[in-house]
Design a protein around this ligand. Sequence first.
Ligand code: MG
Length: 304
Amino acid sequence: MSEELLAPGAELEKVATGTTWAEGPVWLPERRAVRYSDIPANRIVEFSEETGELTVHREEVGFTNGRTLDLDGSVLQCSHGNRRVEREVDGVVTTVVDSWRGARLNSPNDVVVASDGTIWFSDPSYGILKQGEGYAGVEEYGDRYVFRFEPTTGRLDPVVIDLEQPNGLAFSPDESLLYVSDSSLDSPAEPNPARPAGHAIHVYDVVEGRHAKNGRILVEVSPGLPDGFRVDQLGNLWSSSLDSVQVFSPAGDLIERIEVPEKIANLCFGGEDLQTLYILASTSLYRIRTTVTDAVLHRRSGNR
Ligand code: MG
């Protein structure tokens, strides 16, 4: 185990509770808050570091899931119910992208923004498949991809097409690699022996900033499965699982494990120095102090 990833004496702390299935966290520096989705309750909540309170940000939100900050600081989020990636600024929500070649997206799940401003998101079928996480629907383009969206041109391209249920995603610090989790162990859409149900984080080479090639399994995560995860500035992957946050080196070795008493969906770094890890685990929000931060936050805060 690598002690230096956690701050000396760091202990897991439960800071909020009351959600049904918490997902999609993002740290909002100006509000000093973690905003996240309570998917089955169809609402967005916010935990304030200042007050220590959990408040409802909005209700009847179209079953949002994962979110991130765009380069301009606005919130990009995935919507199961509206089958789109959307932007929220001061409570006003607009569509970023919702279809590919005339077919509606399935139910975008998680999203990241590359340093060139392109928006990469996963599009599994959970929101049209699982009751209570969206509205029943069909896979209009007949599969489940990871897409790359170019806001300047409106161009949308599939970049990862070989996963059963692509879910969490993140780049390596230099963006030469794209990591994508496959969470199909939970609910394979249509069980397919050619694509066995998975619980692995896959890695792809990013070519010319626009293609993901040479997909291979980096690590199988168990117990449970990897849903959301983050990559720190050292290149380590901080992944959700059934019973713990599991930290893997870029080579895929388990180098840290933080036990959490509930099933984990996702996590993010935040706090004043960006080195607090916030963990969304079913009904509750937990946090623990670390010595690192998200590679994206690290880069955007002026470090390289
Ligand atoms: Mg997810």
